[in-house]
Design a protein around this ligand. Structure first.
Ligand SMILES: NC(=O)c1ccc[n+]([C@@H]2O[C@H](COP(=O)([O-])OP(=O)(O)OC[C@H]3O[C@@H](n4cnc5c(N)ncnc54)[C@H](O)[C@@H]3O)[C@@H](O)[C@H]2O)c1
Length: 300
């Protein structure tokens, strides 16, 4: 008996890294899984059916139930076709996990238009494409306990200096997740985001990125450590949890705050003159602004 017995899941990016661990974890808990992955390089180039096929085969060999797929998530029409194929092949569709992703890092002053557009297209547009068609299917098939689980990143939440494209896309995914949470709750859907940390090929290139050891020997950063909260979100037990971000990895599972009004100054007249705004902004806000992890002395 697993906590996901009878549930049907589509996982993108499921041929490698965290997505593969999620697909295996959902299947181990009884879900039937469509393992979807276009098998691209970290920069998004190429196409290979091998990663999705081998993860699905490994699940089936262990007695689970999985199918494989190689849809490119940037293709809106192909994503629509994928959702209907998931529903017909798996006999239903309860859980959408959007974990596919790529990287094309550069500083903002060196980033090409194409590298910005490509990363936004895979992460934000790809997550939209599948969320959109999943939502349509769930709206037409009411009565289920449906789950949308999107992957964001601390890179966006903290603003990684060398990843303006990826950071922007990942914060776009937060807004998309919040919007879906508010729009779809009435159809039985719960929408949340995971901000993971794990040693995968995406993190292999990180040098001097703090004290973390991303090597395969560090079990704290094994992709499998991201999976238990994803299984929780995928289960019917998480019905109470909507529109939140969960950090997962390195031994931690954290509930993050949603943005709130932290400090506020209010003009009695409803208007502000510039000198008063300067004075009151500094008096009220300045003491509240703490350094973030990327703050360092100005470049010389
Ligand atoms: N590894 C981390 O520490 C970390 C941190 C923050 C966020 N994330 C996010 O977690 C998710 C998984 O990352 P990972 O580290 O496992 O990466 P990974 O590179 O190991 O796996 C990503 C998978 O996505 C697939 N993919 C990429 N573009 C695709 C497309 N257009 N269509 C279909 N499949 C496509 C790739 O083929 C690959 O197998 C990503 O969304 C990533 O941004 C990872």
């Amino acid at each position: 008996m697993g906590v996901l017995d009878g549930r049907k899941a589509l996982v993108t990016g499921a041929g490698r890294g965290i997505g593969a661990a999620v697909a295996e974890g959902l299947a181990a808990e009884g879900a039937t899984v469509m393992v979807s992955d276009a098998g691209v390089a970290v920069d998004g180039s190429g196409h290979d059916a091998g990663p999705a096929e081998s993860v699905a085969a490994a699940i089936n060999e262990r007695g689970g139930k999985a199918f494989s797929d190689t849809t490119d998530i940037t293709d809106f029409a192909a994503c629509e076709e994928l959702i209907s194929r998931v529903a017909s092949t798996l006999g239903g569709f309860d859980i959408m996990v959007n974990a596919a992703g790529i990287l094309r890092d550069n500083m903002i002053f060196k980033m090409s238009e194409q590298d910005f557009d490509t990363v936004v297209s895979v992460h934000l547009k790809g997550t939209f494409n599948l969320s959109r068609h999943a939502a349509t299917w769930w709206r037409e098939n009411r009565g289920g306990q449906y789950r949308l689980i999107n992957f964001t990143s601390m890179s966006g939440l903290h603003g990684a200096p060398s990843q303006p494209n990826y950071a922007a896309a990942k914060m776009g995914i937060v807004g998309l997740t919040y919007s879906c949470a508010n729009a779809l709750a009435g159809y039985g859907v719960r929408s949340n985001a995971i901000a993971p940390i794990a040693g995968t090929r995406m993190t292999q290139g990180i040098k001097g990125g703090g004290s973390l050891d991303y090597s395969a020997e560090n079990k704290r950063l094994a992709p499998e450590n991201v999976v238990p909260p994803v299984i929780y979100l995928a289960s019917e037990q998480s019905e109470w949890l909507n529109r939140r971000i969960i950090f997962a990895g390195n031994g931690r599972i954290s509930l993050m705050t949603n943005p709130v009004f932290e400090r506020e100054i209010v003009s009695a007249s409803g208007t502000w003159d510039v000198p008063t705004a300067f004075a009151e902004i500094e008096a009220s806000f300045k003491g509240s602004v703490s350094p973030n992890i990327f703050d360092k002395p100005p470049a010389g």
